[in-house]
Design a protein around this ligand. Structure first.
Ligand code: CMX
Length: 473
């Protein structure tokens, strides 16, 4: 019987009801003041037990079959990973712990005052624990992350020494790798800590890392594109998005709102995408969270993945130059065909899993409609949204002619004056850390094994196929 039902039951006396009510309230109060680490630590035994008994009962159940096409086709669609934070439905899009983006926006704590956007710290809590944190818990987490922001001197020196024409993503990955010197996990492992404690040190590293990412990102931004000085200082009372906006040098209230939304929706997109999978794979060798995330960021830097947000902007600007103010459907359609006929992809369109417009695109479109419906570039992006799916369908190659997350993000940043497109993937990377680090901590808590799928040579596959054909004839 639940506590609420018990309290309503006629079978108990008023005195018992009053005692029960007080106990219930005390438990609720205690629960709502637990830190993220305490909340997660409490869950570990039952998580381990749940997986153990699930495997014991159903471990030999066949959950998928693999074709030769899939082996040659980037392993598309093969069910072979466990990822707790989110599941991606081809038609509906992402659900974070079962919640859609509109539900996340409604349920997670928002920024202060009249903020309408969810806090990425809250999403991190949800992804790690499956629970929605209270306002108080999220504020505490924001302060915890802000208190970890300082960079070691060698990382600052490293960033200051890099040439300005080194891509911001290469700088980002190098700085994260260089933070390895701070890894509590690596030190604990070297000193022979018991494996049941791995999660604890990975948790600390993950929070240290999240805390330092705004400093790293801002240092890169200010070094490469501005005067080299960070835009402001960390405030322990501000939330993550607000601190990031300040450090980058943007004090606009709406830009801060954009950062909250941006960091929340770019965080997690199942485990099989390149950045998430790479972080998970490298982490499975017990590399520290710093080395694991840096590996994931190198994958995010690819133009078919996170760097598509930069490609979109550059492609949009070329389009703008080429059509010379003529934003008619006909001239946009011609530009789309020119791109396709020259053997290039339309950046920001298509997806390996999705078969509809990405809800992350819609969340950004909604933001633009609320904040700057008449902005020229927003109108252009909207016009492309009307034309491109038809052109891609006619072109007949892509399985998904609809826009993805990267199709819209750059235009939002442009509106607020963050014009430097080569920096955009770094912001994606800061957000992606919120999605991939929870799984790394969970993996360490439940003792996930080193990942090692099987590969065959073409020769060996031929033998296998011949064998299968022979036995079925
Ligand atoms: N423009 C032109 N052709 C496209 C296309 C696009 N936007 N998207 C897919 N295609 C082509 C593929 O190149 C492939 O061609 P070939 O058979 O000649 O190799 C064919 O259509 C089938 O591809 P698919 O099965 O539909 O898509 P994939 O799962 O192979 O690839 C993705 C997915 C995202 C890499 C691809 O759609 C693409 O390159 N899009 C443009 C880049 C982009 O926006 N990437 C960002 C994705 C989101 C993210 O990770 O951040």
């Amino acid at each position: 019987m639940s506590q609420t039902t018990l309290l309503q039951s006629k079978a108990i006396s008023n005195a018992t009801r009053s005692t029960l009510f007080k106990t219930f309230l005390r438990a609720r109060r205690l629960q709502s003041t637990l830190t993220l680490k305490e909340t997660f630590a409490n869950q570990i035994p039952s998580r381990i037990e749940e997986i153990k008994s699930f495997k014991k009962q159903y471990g030999k159940t066949v959950i998928d079959q693999v074709t030769l096409d899939q082996a040659y086709g980037g392993m598309r669609g093969i069910k072979s990973m466990v990822w707790e934070g989110s599941v991606l439905d081809p038609e509906e899009g992402i659900r974070f712990r079962g919640l859609t983006i509109p539900e996340i926006k409604a349920k997670l704590p928002h920024g202060p005052g009249d903020s309408q956007e969810p806090l990425p710290e809250g999403l991190f809590w949800l992804l790690l624990t499956g629970e929605i944190p209270t306002e108080q818990q999220v504020r505490q987490l924001s302060t915890d992350l802000a208190s970890r922001s300082e960079l070691p001197e060698h990382v600052v020196k490293l960033l200051d020494s890099l040439p300005k024409d080194l891509h911001p993503m290469a700088q980002f990955s190098m700085a994260i790798t260089a933070l390895e010197s701070e890894s509590k996990f690596a030190k604990a492992y070297a000193s022979g800590v018991n494996r049941s404690e791995y999660w604890n040190y990975s948790y600390e590293d993950s929070l240290d890392l999240l805390g330092k990412l705004p400093m790293i990102a801002s240092k890169i931004y200010r070094n490469v594109f501005k005067d080299g000085k960070i835009g402001g200082s960390i405030d322990l009372n501000k939330d993550y998005g607000a601190n990031l906006a300040t450090l980058l040098g943007f004090e606009n209230k709406d830009f801060t709102e954009l950062m909250r939304l941006y960091l929340t929706i770019h965080s997690d997109h199942e485990g099989g995408n390149v950045s998430a999978h790479t972080t998970h794979l490298v982490g499975s060798a017990l590399s520290s969270p710093f080395l694991s995330l840096a590996a994931g960021m190198n994958g995010l830097a690819g133009p078919l993945h996170g760097r598509a947000n930069q490609e979109v902007l550059e492609w949009l600007f070329k389009l703008r130059d080429e059509v010379n103010g003529d934003y008619s459907k006909e001239s946009i359609e011609k530009y789309l065909w020119d791109t396709l006929n020259s053997g290039r992809v339309i950046p920001g369109y298509g997806h390996a899993v999705l078969r509809k417009t990405d809800p992350r695109y819609m969340a950004q479109r909604d933001f633009a409609q609320r904040h700057f419906p008449n902005y020229e570039l927003f109108k252009l992006v909207s016009m492309i949204y009307e034309v491109a799916p038809k052109v891609l369908t006619k072109h007949g190659k892509t399985k998904n002619p609809w826009p993805n997350v990267d199709s819209h993000s750059g235009v939002l940043l442009q509106y607020y004056g963050l014009n430097e497109a080569s920096f955009y993937t770094v912001l994606f990377g800061v957000s992606r850390a919120f999605g991939v680090l929870p799984q790394l901590i969970i993996d360490r808590a439940v003792g996930a094994p080193i990942e090692r799928p099987k590969s065959f040579s073409t020769e060996k596959y031929k033998q296998l196929v011949a064998q299968i054909q022979k036995s079925s004839s």
